[in-house]
Design a protein around this ligand. Structure first.
Ligand code: OXD
Ligand code: MN
Ligand code: MN
Length: 538
């Protein structure tokens, strides 16, 4: 349909003067936001370019009938969204929201000036459909029609829920993962160049669940198969591609797939897999990998803590295929974990000797506790374990400070283990205060029956010539921890607890370094080294 006939569809509605939208800056300001919202209808412009006539009819009818009528919405939910009628707006300039199937800047610029487009929320038709279904205006980020205008679309969205879009109103403002179902990344602070097509993961948002989640999970199978076979460079390429796809703000379809080829780290091979997925809803190579018995075995073997891909391949070539095979081989069953004696080697507590690993032992512990380790840990339990650990530490040394890192710090609701970075508040003498403290704490926790096994313990003295000096100022213990069972009814399970001690001057570096994700850390180091090279050239 030519755009003129659609323009006439937009002209059907009476034009309302553009209103000044007020966003609630905190959940307490709902009254003001709500009364404002009640007065002003929302101006919607349908950009007809490339839109099918039946889609136009459908959208017009939704706009005509739209009214926020969900009686069950809480006051807070109603604050920015309910009681708002939609008006079809005759021109894009006065619109609050633009609905379009156009995904490219060049094409959009045929219809509107870029400077105007940047002041709008520009979304796909699905935003209107889903908003109508849910009875209120939804956040726009997930529906942004143009990757280039993603941030502007989030900022200008009329959903009214500023808590989802402003990092400062969110208790997890530091996290770069979001646990929400929909992809609504926070708006970066002024001057921060965070965008979905940035080449570094540390400059892109990375939601835990993204608009292309199924595709991402398929590509993760390809990545995993390469990793299990020791093809590390290939695995890394897939990991980079996954990280980029996770940041893509809207579902990939045949209409916008060309945008994907322009993203960083998407080569021809991965692009053809994405094409296959868009056309057929699956990737044939994934199907065949999942059927391979070797892949299945390696996946199973690596579910044991202490068994990585290289060990799994060795075990596989010695004929071990399943967890049952391993249990027979190591003479371990899930019931024997507490009997694995000597799992705390007193050598480790001297802090002077070599930090010999105990691979046999850690595989035995990992095997015996495999099922318990596979149970996710809630944020409450993470916090409880952190409190217990820090209370014990306070009995040995006062003035220590700590941060829970890992998935918890990235905002995950459920973690696989607990990661705590510890230091001392005294910047001058703190380095000396934390030296040797890791082993002391682990010993105390063990004596109290809180730490049941130590998988690895390393001290400041461990020197690795390949590493930069600040890593030598970390002490680390990988342990197994169990909260005491208060009543018979509530039995706690064994958890993996990683403790990292850092000198005060490297405390925040250690916190960032132990927060993850892997790709974030990798690219952060890369971006920093590029920056410092630029600096030294200047
Ligand atoms: C975890 C993590 O889940 O660190 O423990 O990601
Ligand atoms: Mn972790
Ligand atoms: Mn960990």
């Amino acid at each position: 349909m030519p755009s003129s006939s659609k323009r006439s569809a937009n002209e059907k509605s009476t034009s309302s003067p553009p209103h000044k939208r007020r966003r609630s800056s905190s959940s307490n300001s709902y009254t003001a936001a709500n009364s404002d919202a009640e007065e002003s209808p929302l101006n919607v412009f349908l950009l007809d370019a490339k839109m099918k006539p039946e889609t136009i009819e459908e959208l017009l009818s939704i706009i005509d009938n739209f009214r926020n009528v969900d009686e069950n919405l809480s006051l807070k939910e109603k604050s920015g969204s309910s009681e708002r009628e939609l008006h079809l707006c005759p021109n894009m300039k006065d619109a609050d929201v633009v609905i379009t199937v156009v995904h490219m800047r060049k094409r959009l610029e045929r219809h509107v000036d870029w400077s105007i487009a940047r002041r709008k929320a520009i979304v796909t038709p699905q935003w209107l459909r889903d908003s109508a279904d849910s009875g209120h205006l939804l956040p726009c980020g997930k529906y942004a029609a143009l990757g280039d205008l993603y941030q502007e679309t989030v900022q200008n969205c009329p959903d009214g829920d500023s808590s989802q879009t402003h990092p400062d109103s969110n208790s997890n403002s530091e996290s770069h993962d979001q646990e929400s179902e929909s992809f609504v990344p926070p708006v970066p602070k002024n001057g921060t160049d965070i965008r979905h097509n940035h080449r570094y993961a540390c400059m892109r948002y990375s939601p835990l669940t993204c608009p292309n989640q199924i595709l991402v999970e398929k590509i993760a199978i390809l990545r995993r198969s390469r990793e299990l076979e020791g093809l590390d460079m290939q695995a890394l390429s897939y990991e980079r591609a996954i990280s980029v796809l996770k940041a893509f703000p809207c579902p990939i379809t045949s209409d916008n797939i060309h945008e994907i080829s322009e993203l960083p780290h998407i080569g021809n091979k991965i692009y053809s897999k994405i094409q296959e997925f868009v056309q057929h809803g699956d990737i044939s190579e994934c199907k065949s990998i999942l059927c391979e018995t070797r892949y299945q075995s390696l996946v199973d073997l690596t579910t044991v803590y202490g068994i990585g891909p290289a060990t799994a391949r060795k075990l596989y070539s010695s004929g071990l295929r399943t967890i049952k095979d391993l249990e027979r081989h190591y003479e371990v069953s899930p019931k024997t974990s507490d009997d694995i004696a000597d799992s705390l080697n007193p050598e480790h507590f001297r802090g002077t000797g070599p930090t010999t690993g105990l691979p046999q032992l850690s595989i035995k512990v990992g095997l015996a506790l495999r099922e318990e380790f596979s149970l996710h840990i809630t944020r409450n339990e993470v916090e409880e374990i952190h409190d217990v650990v820090m209370n014990e530490l306070a009995n040995i040394r006062s003035g220590c400070v700590s941060t829970i890192t890992g998935g918890y710090r990235r905002g995950k609701d459920k973690s696989n283990d607990i990661d705590i970075v510890i230091s001392h508040k005294d910047l001058k003498s703190g380095g000396g205060q934390v030296k040797g403290l890791c082993a002391e704490l682990v010993k105390r926790l063990y004596d109290k029956g809180l730490v049941t096994h130590v998988m690895h313990l390393s001290s400041f003295r461990e020197h690795n010539a390949l590493r930069t000096s600040h890593w030598d100022s970390l002490e680390k213990a990988l342990t197994v921890f169990k909260l005491p069972d208060q009543q018979k009814k509530h039995q706690h399970v064994h958890r993996r607890l990683d403790l990292v001690f850092a000198a005060p001057e490297v405390y925040w570096t250690a916190v960032v370094g132990w927060t993850g994700s892997r790709m974030f850390e990798r690219d952060l180091k890369l971006a920093l080294s590029v920056l410092s090279n630029h600096g030294s050239e200047a």
